[in-house]
Ligand binder design. Structure first.
Ligand code: ZN
Ligand code: ZN
Length: 442
């Protein structure tokens, strides 16, 4: 019923098994700004190319090919088509731990409105064959660019580390199915099983280049709930002969607001959003049915179960109160996503190394988020894993937003435009620092 509970316990238990903590002796290493500056022009060119040419989940063939060419040229052993469109690049460099760095490959069905000179104008077909604009609105192009820069510095400085480095390009993060597709295709069995998996995601709440870490549960469980309510349609001018599902749906939307505000313990994070409501065709006809689509975010199986039960109860209760001819249909059309759990020991170890390498002020503990990420799958598969965030907003814009109370555009917005140069450079320095922390020769 709740498979991640067992897996989380397992993850905690093995957190310290694979990676022995460094106890002094070998100096820590972070690439200098000069080292990153020297490769930046090439990495920015890749960023602009990826941004201009985004591809949707499981369609990332050109994107994967671009990354493959780069890591092959650096001497990595590359497998393609892992989990359909994913890539796995392995570099063995003597005895030592095995560490995996993951980037996502996919973009979103969003029409870009950043006004950037290299904005995407791509229109493509989605998995259902419908035409849609495409944009890297989540910043996965930035993650790929930093990943490519990190691969280059790691390959060019093999004298600084020992062990096995695995760089993966994961498809279909946005549909929540890419990580499991790679795992089901043997990511941890056909290739060396990692002692740790790391990833870095851009963020709208911190200044460009600031690294955010959060030990423990970091991203939420996500569920989609579809409620269909049934009435009795008829002429709009004769409402007494109908049971109006529009009014019923409106009541459900309002009563659902009390799940979080009145039923839930305020210390348990919960989100219930009705993101879609559809019914009827014209103003003078009462329709037969209305459909609501909800996004539900929670952190624990208990709170999730209680929240979903409340939603079912409210939908049924309001339908009864309206005299609906039949009860509502409540469906969960997709499996729920697991919460991202950052291995605490590993997270704090990396935070320490990052503070040393980038400066205390540039590495901060950040709060949990109610967004979800399929990065959770790597931890569920039994490997200690850490998802770090990196601020990607010009500090002046962030300060202005705090003053006005109007947030800056965030990932998934058509206006999300990370401040690329400081963010990419800091991302490369952070990734290399984290990898060197775990792959130092003893
Ligand atoms: Zn996203
Ligand atoms: Zn993302």
């Amino acid at each position: 019923m709740n498979p991640w509970r067992l897996s989380l316990a397992l993850t905690i238990a093995i957190a310290t098994a694979g990676l022995s903590a460094q106890t002094g002796g070998t100096p820590w290493t972070t690439p200098t700004l000069a080292e990153v500056n020297a490769i930046y022009a090439d990495i920015e060119a890749l960023y602009i190319d990826l941004h201009r040419n985004p591809e949707l989940a499981f369609q990332e063939t050109q994107t994967a090919a671009k990354l493959t060419r780069r890591v092959e040229a650096l001497g990595f052993d590359v497998a393609t088509g892992v989990g359909r469109t994913g890539i796995v690049a392995v570099m063995k460099n003597g005895a030592g731990p095995t560490v995996m760095l993951r980037t996502e490959l996919d973009a979103l069905p969003v029409g870009e409105k950043t006004g950037l000179p290299f904005a995407s104008t791509v229109v493509t077909k989605n998995a259902s064959g419908q035409s849609t604009p495409v944009m890297h609105a989540c910043g996965h192009d930035l993650h790929m660019s930093a990943w490519a820069g990190t691969a280059r510095l790691m390959a060019e400085h093999r004298d600084r580390w020992r062990g096995t480095l695995i760089m993966i390009g994961q498809p279909a993060e946005e549909s929540g199915s890419g990580a499991s597709a790679m795992l089901n295709d043997g990511l941890f069995t056909r290739f060396p099983r990692p002692d740790a998996v790391l990833s870095l995601h851009d963020d709208d709440t911190m200044p460009s280049g600031t690294i955010g870490y959060h030990p423990g549960l970091f991203r939420a469980i996500s569920d989609t709930v579809v409620i269909t309510v049934y009435g009795r349609g008829g002429h709009a001018a004769m409402p007494h002969n109908t049971v109006d599902p529009v009014v019923l749906a409106a009541r459900i939307v309002l009563t659902l607001q009390t799940v979080v505000s009145r039923e839930n313990n305020p210390v348990d994070p919960v989100v219930v959003t009705v993101g879609s409501i559809h019914g009827g065709t014209v103003g003078n006809v009462v329709p037969d049915e209305v459909q609501l689509q909800l996004s539900v975010r929670t952190y624990t199986p208990e709170v999730r179960a209680r929240t979903l039960a409340a939603i079912r109860r409210i939908a049924k209760g309001e339908a009864d109160a309206a005299g609906a001819p039949r009860g509502p249909q409540v469906d969960l059309p997709f499996p729920s996503s697991a919460p991202v759990y950052n291995d605490p020991v590993l997270t704090l170890r990396l935070a320490g190394a990052l503070k040393k390498g980038l400066g205390d002020a540039n590495v901060v503990e950040m709060p949990q988020k109610m967004t979800s990420e399929d990065f959770a799958e790597y931890g569920l598969a039994g490997v200690p894993s850490v998802l770090l965030h990196i601020g990607a907003v010009n500090p002046a814009n962030l300060a202005a937003a705090r003053q006005t109370g109007i947030p800056v555009p965030a990932p998934h917005s058509p206006e999300w435009a990370p401040e690329r140069e400081p963010t990419i450079k800091a991302a490369i320095r952070a990734e290399v620092t984290a990898l060197l922390e775990l792959l130092r020769g003893n």
